[in-house]
Write a protein that binds this ligand. Sequence first.
Ligand code: FAD
Length: 463
Amino acid sequence: MNGMNRVPVKEQDPKTRATNFEEVCLGYAEEEAMIEAARCLNCKNPRCVAGCPVSIDIPGFIQAVKAGNHETAAGVIAKSSSLPSICGRVCPQETQCEGVCVRGIKGEPVAIGKLERFVGDWSREHNLVPENPSKPNGQKVAVIGSGPAGLTCAGDLAKLGYDVTIFEALHEAGGVLVYGIPEFRLPKDSVVAHEVDNVRKLGVRIETDTIIGKTVSIDELMEEEGYEAVFIGSGAGLPMFMHIPGETASGVFSANEFLTRNNLMKAFRPEYDTPIHCGKKAAVVGGGNVAMDAARTALRLGAETHIIYRRSLEELPARAEEVHHAKEEGIIFNLLTNPTEILVDESGWVRGIRVIHMELGEPDASGRRRPIPIAGSEEEIEVDTVIMALGTSPNPLIASTTEGLEVNRRGCIAADEELGGTSREGVFAGGDAVSGAATVILAMGAGKAAAKGIDEYLRGRRA
Ligand SMILES: Cc1cc2nc3c(=O)[nH]c(=O)nc-3n(C[C@H](O)[C@H](O)[C@H](O)COP(=O)(O)OP(=O)(O)OC[C@H]3O[C@@H](n4cnc5c(N)ncnc54)[C@H](O)[C@@H]3O)c2cc1C
């Protein structure tokens, strides 16, 4: 060790893991975590804290790990986040805390994510129970959605003494953490269920199987059930499609449906009856984290899997680590390639995908070089499954059933960034429902900001 490089983390062998759903990354053992923690320079003005959307005292917890005081480290993180084992696994640290770490100027940044994961896992293995010393103030707040935005908002409000109930449409709490991100990146029964339970232990109630806008409306919650404020953290679960011929054939799925069947409904486990189809050869259209997750899932279910992406490797929006893992496992990348038609056999099932090759032109509004089709370059790829991972937008149900709630032209709820306030008094919003599909930690940051906004609003009503 020369201090320039981080302590490497153990991972399952690529060939072995491509055939199972167990976690890929095995995390640091205690000794490894303490050695890695010693690389932190404990900067006076820590840029990593400013790089974290929930402002975790990163040097504070890392110094505690370095000294072997893991319980103290857990307490430091708990002041800002209830989801350390989750964030340590899925946050894009490379563009946030680790992206600005001073160690990264001449060598590798401190492995902040892996250390956060170590502390979260250590807390779970040592049965640390979160404390909530606040006194109940009797004011009721409803939180819609149990993803990272809702869980964070609910946890922060419970710590301030509010009587908080989360209403969740699905039968399990966690949002994308349970239905979207696969088991091999984020174990559900151990990691997610435990951290959701920690939010419950702060006093938050979670009512599952309750669709706001169908089971009960926001107006009814506020006018008839005594909720003084509502936080909408309903995410962006509505999949987009390309609207090309053949897209309604059997064997075409949205990545959301494909992943939900496998993750939430456990299709990969032999003891479950959930049907899932990915045939012998699958094409996943898209280049984000969702595409990588769908492709790596299809591979594990036994299909030769192709990513079809219209730009080049440089523009792939997925995290570098996910792309690296996908390549190691044997996913085939068809880059600079765009589907034009899904080919369907006489029984209505997918038999292939017609694609056109692309070249990159001048940058477009997103700043990335615009892909341009190359005339006459069309070809057919034989596949029996197509999974569309093109992005998602918020479901319109809540906005269409709530009086006075404004949305923007992308269908996202209009809310102020600082405190999450919306056009409707007493109703706050944050996370993917406001930003469109983004990240776990940004959703948590928005949940935190809205908790502050709700507290200010309700204290005003108390006075
Ligand atoms: C496959 C996949 C992989 C991803 N990988 C990463 C990653 O590696 N790192 C990362 O940082 N981000 C990742 N993301 C993005 C990240 O998961 C989301 O940005 C984040 O979960 C958004 O949190 P949220 O709380 O706003 O919404 P969600 O997590 O979507 O939670 C919203 C919840 O609200 C519920 N809900 C919706 N409508 C209603 C209603 N009417 N009534 C009651 N409940 C309702 C939903 O069922 C859901 O449980 C990924 C996303 C996907 C889909």
